[in-house]
Design a protein around this ligand. Sequence first.
Ligand SMILES: Nc1nc2c(ncn2[C@@H]2O[C@H](COP(=O)(O)OP(=O)(O)OP(=O)(O)O)[C@@H](O)[C@H]2O)c(=O)[nH]1
Ligand SMILES: [Mg+2]
Length: 446
Amino acid sequence: MLHFDQDTIVAISTPPGIGGLAVIRLSGPLALETIQKYFSSTNRLKPRYATFGKLKHPDLSEGDFDDCVVTFFKGPRSVTGEDLVEVSIHGGTYVQQKLLEVLLRAPGIRAASAGEFTFRSFLSGRIDLSRAEAVADLIHAKDAAAHKNARNQLQGKLRLLVDSMAGKLIHSLTIIEAELDFSDQEIDVSPPQALLAPLLELHKMTEALLETYFYGRRLEEGIRIPLVGAPNSGKSSLFNLLLGQDRAIVTPQAGTTRDTIEKSIIIAGHSVVLIDTAGIRDAQNEAEISGVDRSKDEIEHADLVIWVQAPDTETASPDKVINTPQITVFNKVDLINKRPENKDVYLSCSTGEGLDSLREKLYEQVINMVRTGVEGVILNSERHQDVFIRFRDQISACMNSINNEVGPEYVASDLRLALDILGEITGETTPDDILNQIFSGFCVGK
Ligand SMILES: Nc1nc2c(ncn2[C@@H]2O[C@H](COP(=O)(O)OP(=O)(O)OP(=O)(O)O)[C@@H](O)[C@H]2O)c(=O)[nH]1
Ligand SMILES: [Mg+2]
């Protein structure tokens, strides 16, 4: 639970466990005073200077318990907007715990909640909500594409886009309010119909933005590519080859794979989830029936399906026609002389023939899925999607009001509501419970 208070908070800001160095951060009015009780150095702590010294612990007979480097940032010129102290110490669990223990004993100091440092940055106006969320995305980014998207958002691209959309709404609002103010006077004001064109433009822009969400989710979760086909066609053999490790069990017996197995690889800078599945056939026993159901489920949720066929097996197909892009792979070409026509890739898992061609096709398909976004913005969070859906609907409501020639005061109130919805992206109008939910999703120390 996040607190709206002025307490000084402390937390370890590096992942738990033994590392090279650990950073412990203190933020709040007592940060400097508190660290000075336990830090000794020949140099004075100056803002924005790193100072080498020793840490003292009142309970330890040896006095010093670690060397450290302390950096002090005087508020408001710090990331939290408050006095902030960062202590770099050796990354051993004992050393970290000892320092934390002694700091938490100091009066007026409490342990930070998850995301509380970033929350304070937000409260002090150092970053808006969309940038705070990008911090979490950046930490979790698994590949170059997700990292680039998080960086764009962190650098404020979403904020800029929202500001420009809000600017357009405010312009419309000014026109309507002028009409309200001067409607009883002989002054020429624009009719509300003049607002339809800019509102339609905003509507289209929002639609385009919402269309990026599908790709944005793939950036977060990875592009899902199951290998499907009849039992024994060589799905698990291919899965292992693409991963470069013997992850799935391969045997000559049809029906070897029962449960789905997932593993991520990077293709064209994107995280791709490869899924080995049970061979599709009219299964007899319960375990295999469940396995086949799971295979069909994977086909439903796939972004791209690799269909594996082989000369010594039946050709499996799903119960219904699927619209998902597919690559048909004809495997075990080492066993035959004459190849069937119209397959995308002719492969032999035994000799490796055709593997490069399959890799090229996978690369092309992944590149095909890449979207550039609107002004560099790709929506990747459900919260943002929800806000923009409500925003789009509110813009429609504004246009309807104008078309139905309701009074300008109603149009103005519709426009204000749209503006409020947009403010939820940057945090200006975001309810407290949503803020809590967002920041508590961070780790402690961030
Ligand atoms: N000759 C030849 N044999 C292959 C090739 N690829 C796979 N096999 C063999 O075919 C058999 C089945 O391979 P798997 O990879 O287990 O097939 P699967 O599609 O995963 O089978 P299920 O899990 O039962 O659905 C094994 O004996 C493999 O060694 C190939 O390219 N050439
Ligand atoms: Mg298998």
